[in-house]
Each structure stands twice: as C-alpha cells, then as structure tokens.
Design a protein around this ligand. Structure first.
Ligand code: PEP
Ligand code: MN
Length: 668
C-alpha cells in the first residue's frame, strides 16, 4: 500500500513537471505569436512542426518510448499552441476586453478565460443584452455568451438578443459544468439551512439538494453572485451552488463537488465579435445560420435538403418565434461546414431561393478541448461525423445559372420571386396588387377611414407614413410611433397588411415587430446603415428608387439587403429627377422594363410621387400596369382637402374608385 502511495506521488510530481513545462511552452508560444503578427507570418509553419515531431520521435526512442506516443502528445500540444497563437495574433499581443454575463467565477467567465488562454480583460455585465451591446458599441472586443446546455437546451434569450444585432459568431467554447457546494467554511451537510444559486443550477442539482435534510433553496441571479451573497450574509449555514473558481476567487470553502444529477453537463458558448471571422482557422469548421422559411408545407424540409443533399451534417436546429409574426419561426442552424467550401456556398445559394431569410451568423472552428471531455473521458459534445456520402446529382432547378452574379440578378436566380406581405402575394404571375392610403397617418380617425376606403375599393395593402422625410423641417413630420400604432390598428380592423416608411436603422427592429412591409423612401435609398439593418430583419422591404439613382445603383441598394440575409425585397419606381419639371418627377417606366430583365425581384410603381397632381395619377398608373409591373402604391385620402402632406397628389374616394375600375380591379 505504501509502495502504491509512493509511486503515485512520483506520478504527481511528473505531472506537475509536465504542466510546468506546458506553461513555459505556452509563454514562448505567446511571444512567438506577437513576433509572427509583427512579421505578418502565418500561424501554421508545417516545416517547423515536422522538425519538432522528428526530434521528439528520436528522443522518445532514446528513452525507450514508442515514437508514436510521444508524437501524439506533441501534436495535441501544438494544436493548442496554434489555437492560442491565432487568438493572440489577432489582438497584436494586447489582452482583449471580453464581456460576459455575471460575476467572476461564473461559467461564462470560465469559458472566456479558457477561450482566450487566460490572456484577457474580463468585464461582467448584468444581462445578456448589455453583454452583447458592449460588443456592438465597441466598448469591448468580444463577448462570450452561452447558447446551449446539454441538460436544459437552448439559452433562448441569447439567441433572441443576437438575432436583432449586427454581431457575428467568431468562435465557440464548450465547458463542462461542475457544480460545487460553496460555504464560508467546511460544515456537515445536515447543518445547511439555505442554498442559493441560479434556478437552472438548482434544478440541475435537485437530487443532491433533496438529500439535504434541513435545506431550503432560493433562486439567485447567477451562480457566482450567489457566492457573493453567501459571503455577505456571513451565516455559516448558508451555502451556494457554483463553480470551484467562484469559491476560490472569494476564498470560500468547497464542501461538496460534482453535485449535479448528471455528470455529462456541458454548456456551449459562442464568442461574439463585431466583424465576421476571416477564415475558419484551426479545428473542424462550423457554420451557424438564421433561417426564415415560407409558411407552407415542406418549406423547411426544402431548405434543409439543400444542405443534406450535399452531405453537410446539421448539428443543431432550434426554432424561435418571430416577434410580431405569430406562428412563424426563425430557425437557428449549426452545420459542419466551412463557408469557404464551394459546396456550402452552393447550398446557401439554393437555400436563398427557398427561404425568406438566410443570414450567416458566423463560421468558426469547433472548440478543440470541449469541456475537458477529452481529458476526463466524458462524452464528446460534438462527435466527429464520418465523411459524407457522395452527394446525389443535383437537379436542374438547384443549379443556379451564375453563382457569382449579384443575389438580386435574374442570372443568379432565374425564377421570379414572389414576396408575401401579410396574406398578400406580390409578384405572383397574373396578379396586380394595389397598395393605397394617405401619404401620412394624421390621426386614428383619418387612417381608419382610409383603411375602410382602401378595403372597400379593392386595395390589398394599407399605406401610411408615420415618420415623414419632409423637405422642410417646418412642415408636418408625422405622428411617429403613435402613427404606427394607429396604422396597425386600422389595418387589423379591415384585414389589410400595412406598409410604412422607416427612416433610421434604430427604428427597424421595433417597426419590424409591428408592420408587414417596411418602406425605404427615395431619400434613403443609399442609406447603407439602414439597408444593412434591413438585411438582418425578417420583414419584407419596399425599396424605392432614389431621386437621382440609376437602375444599377437601385439594384445595388437592394443587394445590400439581400446580402445581409433578407431575401424579401420589392423594388418601387417612383419617378426620377430629369430636366423635365412639368410633373413632380419623371416616371421612368423604362426602368420597370429593364429591371424585369435584370432582376427576379418584383417591381412596383408609385404614380403619385411622380405625378404630383391627382389628375395625372390614373394615366401613369395604367401605363405602369401596361409596362408589366407587379402593382402600384398610390396615395389616397378620405378628404384630400384636409391632407397635411402631399395633398395635391392624393386621390379622393371617387377618384380612387374610378382608377381601380380602369385598372380592371373591382371593389369588393
Ligand atoms: C412616400 O411614399 O410618402 C414618400 C415619401 O415617397 P418617396 O420616398 O418616394 O418620396
Ligand atoms: Mn407622399
């Protein structure tokens, strides 16, 4: 027995020396990273690695070891070195500021430290929203947030918060969650009276906690803060469930370890950055996507098939409701694949043809040491997938004519896109939609009367500006959010989807929760931050042509939205500035014809802003119909004499009815 103890002590000493050597090696690795970054050299140097492995093999043999064993250990060590070098190199040696939710010792804090190899300035925030916002505003370089746990599933709040922000997943870390019982000082378990922790942690340890005879459990904001609370309480019988690190940082005692009901308790964290990662780096690649499919049978299957048919393995599929669009869902998907792989690019291309939104959240390497699983023999959170079977031959409809052409171009997607605005299809063959309503929402009564008029005369979408981009700052600027509310109420009362103009990027998220179609006005066609924000939203966008924009510029503006992920763009010709000043603008019907040749997106015409006078609106509308557009958006007011905005061009109820008649669209 003594001999065994002695031998074990020798092993412990050898392990210590091993860890000490590893620490020294990592220190040099960090310095080399800085030198490599300064010289602009790549992290991986295959020749140098070969030399190191050859030397190790020789040394191993001289010591009576098999060369393979030594090489295997060294390969692992070098893989970790490269990972660290890649991370340090991007920060040019400076410790990055990393946001996380909670207090020091929280599992997010542990994930952040593991990911950045201890070289970081961790900054704790109270909520996930604040944590992510810190990255968005640039006050930190990265955030580390939990996305899923192997026992409780998805962390929904993180997914929802991420969906609305211009942020990217640049890495992942998997941490084994080892819950410990933390107290001021060691005490017998029977004496425990109160256990504090995050509700999820309490639930995960329920079996153990039930075995404590006199203990009561109380939910706390997070595990590490529960330890803070125990320390502040100063009551020996009060304990917390938290990480070992949370206890050690506060000099408290760990009185029980590994108390969770299941040992296989892992949390996967995402490392979030402001910019997409350049290249997937070391480790097996993972791509995370946000998808919104059509609300019809088989729509999700179609999109998933684009990945499956090319042999891409999905490792996660999570659905979240879309706020403001009941019963429709955003799908968060992770798949094993590199964005740089042409096959994945082809799958995404095809997916865009089937889905409303295909947004790339990030492409990053899978965590190399997932939660210590490879160290302590636990389960591998992401088992390696066997190589894919050869893909079946692609059908003709899957092949895109020109995979490098713009996303909006007909040469990339030869089929015409039909866009659903509420229950209305825009661009469906043989249809002609009429969106109508006042220039501006002026009051609840006015928009309600307008909705009644539009509905009874055969219009299918209700328009009304709440945020008005007026030429003069002294004229009526719109009712703002109050106007949006009135518009939505009127639309709902008469069963009409609604469209309103969005002026600024910060309005997009809130407006998208309420209205069915977001209009980008002519003055904002090249407002790129606005277009980018719309690329991240799940609602369709009506993109008006700029006052002096060429067709190409207009299509490129649409491309911003498509490239961001949102495939639902309707174009709208509304007249341009030319030398001719008789009408308010020159309606360029040629653009409708040319656009139909170049893009698969539907094109509407706004005859009102081109004409400027109500008597010219009907002939322009009929000409637009003859030119082959998908429909019109027209200004109609229950009483144009009272209109606060664009009064001269607003059709009155009778004029609108006559127009509808002449377009061959009868009222219902
Ligand atoms: C409008 O539709 O009320 C409007 C302001 O249009 P445009 O941006 O085309 O001028
Ligand atoms: Mn107007």
């Amino acid at each position: 027995m003594k001999r065994l103890t002695r031998l074990r002590r020798d092993i412990d000493r050898a392990d210590e020396a091993l860890i000490e050597a590893l620490a020294q090696r990592m220190d040099r690795v960090r310095r080399i990273a800085r030198v490599k970054a300064a010289l602009g050299r790549a992290v991986l140097d295959p020749e140098r690695e070969r030399q190191v492995l050859a030397a190790a093999a020789q040394r191993a043999m001289a010591r009576g070891l098999t060369p393979e064993a030594a090489q295997r250990v060294l390969r692992e060590v070098m893989a970790v070195s490269r990972q660290w070098q890649a991370r340090c190199g991007t920060e040019s040696g400076a410790a990055p500021r990393v946001a996380y939710q909670g207090a020091a010792g929280a599992f997010s804090w542990i994930a952040a430290r593991t990911h950045f190899g201890g070289q970081l300035e961790p900054i704790g925030f109270a909520t996930f929203a604040e944590t992510l916002q810190a990255v968005a505003t640039g006050s930190v370089e990265h955030a580390v947030v939990p996305v899923e746990n192997t026992l409780v599933g998805s962390i929904h709040e993180v997914l929802d918060e991420l969906a609305g922000r211009d942020l990217h997943v640049v890495g992942e870390e998997v941490v084994r969650i080892e819950h410990c019982l933390v107290a001021l000082a060691p005490l017998p378990l029977e004496r425990i009276r109160l256990v504090l922790s995050h509700p999820v942690a309490l639930a995960q340890c329920s079996r153990f906690l039930r075995s404590l005879p006199g203990a009561q459990c109380r939910a706390w904001v997070d595990t590490a803060e529960a330890v803070d609370r125990v320390r502040l309480d100063g009551v020996p019988e009060h304990v917390a469930v938290a990480s070992r690190e949370a206890a050690e940082l506060r000099n408290l005692a760990v009185i029980a370890t590994d108390i969770a009901d299941h040992r296989e308790n892992f949390t996967r964290f995402w490392v979030i950055g402001r910019h997409p990662r350049q290249g997937c780096g070391e480790g097996p690649p993972c791509t995370s996507l946000l998808l919104v499919t059509d609300h019809r049978r088989g729509a999700l299957v179609e999109v998933l098939h684009t990945f499956a048919s090319r042999g891409f393995n999905l490792t996660r599929l999570e659905s979240r409701p879309i706020r403001g669009i009941p019963w429709q869902y955003a799908f968060f998907i992770d798949l094993e694949g590199d964005l740089a792989d042409p096959d994945l690019a082809a799958a995404l291309d095809e997916a865009r043809g089937h889905a409303r939104v295909v947004r790339i959240l990030g492409c990053y390497p899978r965590s190399l040491f997932p939660g210590g699983a490879s160290v302590d023999g636990g389960v591998q959170p992401h088992p390696a997938t066997p190589p894919p079977e050869p893909s079946p031959p692609r059908t003709t409809c899957q092949v895109r004519a020109n995979a490098t052409a713009p996303l909006g171009s007909l040469s990339r997607y030869p089929e015409r896109t039909v866009i659903r605005v509420g229950n209305v299809e825009v661009g469906a063959p043989g249809t002609f939609v009429v969106m109508a309503g006042p220039c501006a929402v002026e009051s609840a009564t006015q928009i309600e009367a307008a909705a009644r008029l539009v509905r009874s005369t055969g219009g299918v979408v209700l328009r009304g500006g709440a945020f008005k981009p007026r030429t003069s700052p002294y004229t009526f600027q719109g009712l703002g959010w109050e106007g949006v509310e009135a518009l939505v109420a009127a639309g709902r009362a008469y069963g009409l989807p609604v469209v309103t103009e969005v002026l600024a990027p910060e309005q997009v998220g809130r407006l998208a929760e309420q209205v069915d179609l977001l209009q980008v006005g002519a003055r904002n066609m090249q407002n790129y931050p606005l277009l980018r924000e719309l690329g991240r939203c799940c609602r369709p966008v009506l993109l008006k042509r700029g006052l002096s924009a060429t067709i190409d510029e207009w299509l490129q503006a649409a491309e911003y939205i498509l490239a961001g992920g949102n495939q639902q763009v309707i174009l709208c010709e509304r007249g341009i500035r030319t030398f001719e000043v008789a009408m308010r603008a020159t309606l360029d019907l040629g653009a409708v014809v040319v656009a139909a040749e170049r893009t698969h997106l539907p094109v509407l015409v706004d005859p009102s802003h081109a004409a400027g006078q109500r008597r010219w609106v009907p002939p322009l509308a009929r000409a637009a119909q003859a030119a082959g557009c998908a429909g019109i958006i027209v200004e109609v007011h229950p009483d144009p004499r009272q209109a606060l905005c664009d009064a001269e061009q607003a059709l009155d109820p009778e004029g609108f009815a006559v127009l509808m008649e002449s377009l061959g669209l009868r009222g219902n």
